[in-house]
Design a protein around this ligand. Structure first.
Ligand code: 5AD
Ligand code: SF4
Length: 477
């Protein structure tokens, strides 16, 4: 048992949350002979990590290599998240540290990118005085010009939100890449207006990227040796693209199929699905192609229809249960399902909370991202509702849902024991170079002795041990 406990610490566990504010990545060193150095630190969701790859591409075109040491950088960017208050607090603390270095190195240019830039706009330049550039998520084509402006001593800010920008023609520079997994952004923005959420304000209106540019990116990645792509959008089920002459229309199910056909050895994942929009057509498409992973992230937020209505989620508890039934009926009881839950939303009663707990049992989630409600300025909930659940109650309910989910996750993992799983090898496990880690189609992390295999290969692994987060197994010859 000791080994599996140690291995839990060393696997990346669940880094697939679209908005995990604990996530952070930095750039690695690149040496392509450019004379200036760029350092990017990315926070928050996968969309931000994918955006940093667009920013890196634009900057490399403009004479920059990346560095892993911000003290060596001419330009330091923080690509930021606003989803909860603690995400923003963490970035403010980091800005202070970076500024201590900047005082000794005044030529260094510091930029805040992403959601916090969009939310706070010029206030960041004035209030913090530590920031030279403020760049919202739709301004990255302009990012090198903004650096130039700041270096000339001007106020460098672009927080214009676009209705069209999808960066379809920019080939991302893969940062932190293992050469196996890559993100592909398929759409930007969100039109849903869930009452708690800041995203529609920081990322603007929803727009879908040209389907052919997505397929081309997937093909290019496959040709370079990548074996898994994650299609990203705030609400992938509402993906809708048509060509200029309107003779070709592609919905999400059709897009999934187009990407699946790139190569049967290219695995496809996607995030995030919305319960109101996920169709049986999408679920049948997942069933039809072995390389579309049997795993769906389907945020429920609450198990109470009254709270769901206040959240403006536009579905009821019964509707959500029906979507779970469809997934289980079409893809089988073992289909991986994860969720997001907000606890302590405005006016949430003990009964509402109990309904969330029973929904968790009904859905039998493999994993859940669980958050205490954090009121965000200017959202519909901040304007119309009162954040009236005391912090101690939020905390207690949060730990109750965490305890329940831990129990369910272990039970779910136990059903994988003594079974053979097809695993895509992603690289060494974090603690030992004698072990590899990879994922099953259901998005479970599996750790196993590496033997003579290579990352990027598919192997059949017999699982013999598990914890709440990891499976442990052995490759079958
Ligand atoms: N407070 C707490 N959690 C939030 N989320 C979004 N906004 C808030 C907020 N104001 C959670 C939701 C969403 C996930 C990405 O983050 O569960 O699905
Ligand atoms: Fe926010 Fe709702 Fe859009 Fe998700 S679907 S980004 S929670 S508004």
């Amino acid at each position: 048992m000791q080994l599996i406990e140690e291995l839990n610490v060393l696997t990346s566990e669940h880094n697939h949350a679209l908005h995990g504010d604990e996530n952070k990545t930095t750039t690695q060193d690149s040496f392509t002979g450019k004379n200036r150095k760029l350092y990017i630190e990315s926070y928050g969701c996968q969309m931000n990590f994918a955006d940093s790859e667009i920013v890196a591409a634009v900057m490399m075109e403009n004479g920059y290599d990346t560095t892993s040491d911000f003290k060596q950088a001419d330009v330091v960017f923080l690509n930021t998240c606003s989803i909860r208050d603690n995400a923003e607090q963490r970035i403010r603390a980091r800005l202070k540290q970076i500024n201590a270095i900047k005082r000794e190195k005044p030529d260094m240019t510091v930029g805040v990118l992403g959601c916090m830039a969009e939310r706070l706009k010029s206030k960041l330049l004035d209030e913090e005085k530590m920031v030279d550039i403020v760049a919202g998520p739709d301004s990255y084509r302009d990012i090198a010009n903004l650096v130039g402006e700041a270096e000339d001593g001007n106020r460098a800010i672009n927080v214009y939100l676009s209705r069209e920008e999808t960066y379809a023609d920019i080939t991302p520079i893969r940062l932190n890449s293992n050469g196996v997994n890559a993100f592909i952004t398929i759409m930007r923005g969100c039109d849903n207006m869930c009452s708690f959420c800041v995203v529609p304000f920081t990322r603007g209106r929803e727009r879908s990227r040209d389907a052919h540019s997505i397929v081309k990116e997937a093909q290019d990645l496959f040709d370079k040796g990548y074996r898994e792509v994650m299609l990203l959008g705030q609400n992938v089920d509402s993906y809708k693209w048509e060509n200029d002459s309107k003779t070709e229309k592609v919905n999400f199910a059709q897009l999934l199929e187009m990407v699946a056909l790139v190569n049967p050895d290219l695995r496809i994942r996607f995030s995030t699905s919305h319960p109101k929009d996920i169709t049986d057509e999408v679920i049948y498409t997942i069933k039809k192609y072995e390389n579309i992973c049997n795993y769906i992230h389907l945020p429920v937020q609450s198990g109470s229809s009254r709270i769901l209505d206040l959240m403006n989620r536009t579905y009821t508890k019964e509707w959500y249960m029906n979507r779970i039934d469809s997934i289980r009926n079409i893809l089988g009881a073992d289909c991986g399902i994860s969720t997001d839950i907000i606890t302590g939303f405005c006016s949430e009663t003990e009964e509402d909370h109990q309904e969330t707990l029973s929904m968790m049992k009904y859905a039998n989630y493999d994993y859940a991202y669980m958050f205490s409600y954090s009121e965000r300025p200017n959202t519909p909930a901040a304007k119309k509702l009162v954040d009236n659940i005391p912090e101690v109650i939020k905390k207690r309910r949060h730990s109750e849902i965490m305890d329940l989910q831990n129990k369910i996750s272990i039970e779910r993992n136990q059903t994988d024991l003594n079974k053979i799983h097809k695993v895509l090898i992603e690289g060494y496990s974090k603690r030992s170079n004698d072990y590899f880690q990879g994922k099953t189609t259901h998005n479970k992390v599996v750790v196993f002795p590496k033997e003579n295999y290579q990352k990027g290969q598919y192997v059949n692994v017999l699982v013999h041990e598990c914890s709440k987060a990891t499976l442990l197994g052995k490759i079958l010859a």
